[in-house]
Ligand binder design. Structure first.
Ligand code: SF4
Length: 284
């Protein structure tokens, strides 16, 4: 039976970022109507972790909305990691905290973080069209730091920002060059406060991009569909599993509601797909 890795995202700090990424409602610049807070209370994080672990999630990603780690955020993420590793030890903790140095990543690893997620987002050439406050190269360097620190690297991107097909190919080549363990694939979810046009991709185009991702990053253990899944694929969501996908994000996303976790579990059951109980368990 093919098994699917389930991952959940926890926004432990939300909507406070000073960067200008045009696809991101967490930037303070665009004043999107989202919930904004500095530190989510630890009891809430533990409750979310326990809930999603009961649903079968193995990955739990601690996301902060800022350009990168500073001392205060690093301390907060490390404290959350210590608490979660005691309270919900089965979960594999992933940190997603932006630009990070080798030393900061070493500290996260010591605190019990298993993997770091830092997406390249798009190609190097297209990146200045969607972000002017930091460079693509800085993102690539953080990914290299992740591997050097011994953490597992998760890196992927977003389709549907207005990029060309060549940009997509170049992004996937760059991702493959970093040898990630997992590739999170997002589909741009438009918000009227953001300056980009809505995502132009059709479902068929999106499915071929998933197939392309699997083919161009053959060594990754997992191709994971993350943001934008419900909005784009709707009743055709089940088809993603025929296009190389073996991981999904369940529960809510950072600033948008996902589909009810139970609905996803029912879908997997109806498709005769199992749930991975260890990271290596997710079928290729
Ligand atoms: S750096 Fe991250 S959180 Fe900040 S605006 Fe860009 S994508 Fe959003």
């Amino acid at each position: 039976m093919k098994k699917i890795f389930l991952c959940s995202i926890c926004n432990i700090n939300s909507g406070t970022c000073n960067e200008d990424c045009k696809f991101c409602s967490q930037s303070v610049k665009y004043r999107a109507d989202i919930e904004r807070y500095h530190h989510k209370p630890i009891e809430d994080i533990v409750n979310e972790a326990r809930y999603i672990e009961r649903k079968g999630a193995l990955g739990f990603c601690l996301v902060t909305a800022q350009k990168g780690l500073d001392d205060k955020t690093l301390e907060f993420v490390c404290n959350v990691a210590h608490t979660l590793n005691k309270a919900v030890p089965r979960l594999r903790l992933i940190a997603c905290n932006g630009t990070a140095s080798r030393e900061q990543l070493d500290a996260l690893k010591k605190a019990g973080i298993a993997a770091y997620n830092h997406n390249l987002e798009t190609s190097e050439a297209f990146y200045p069209h969607v972000c002017t406050t930091h460079s693509w190269q800085e993102r690539y360097s953080t990914c290299e730091n992740v591997t050097a620190s011994g953490l597992n690297l998760l890196t992927g991107g977003i389709f549907g920002l207005g990029e060309s097909h060549d940009d997509r190919l170049n992004m996937l080549r760059a991702i493959a060059s970093l040898n990630p363990i997992s590739v999170p694939v997002n589909f741009y979810h438009h918000n009227n406060a953001l300056p980009l046009a809505p995502n132009p991709l059709t479902v068929d185009e999106a499915l071929s991009l998933l197939r392309l991702t699997r083919e161009m990053v053959p060594n990754a253990d997992r191709i994971m569909v993350a943001g934008g899944r419900e909005l784009l694929f709707k009743e055709r969501t089940h088809e993603i599993f025929n296009h190389g996908v073996n991981a999904i994000v369940i529960g809510n996303y950072l600033t948008t509601s996902g589909c009810d976790a139970d609905k996803d579990l029912q879908m997997l059951k109806a498709l005769h797909l199992g749930i991975a109980t260890s990271p290596k368990d997710a079928s290729p």
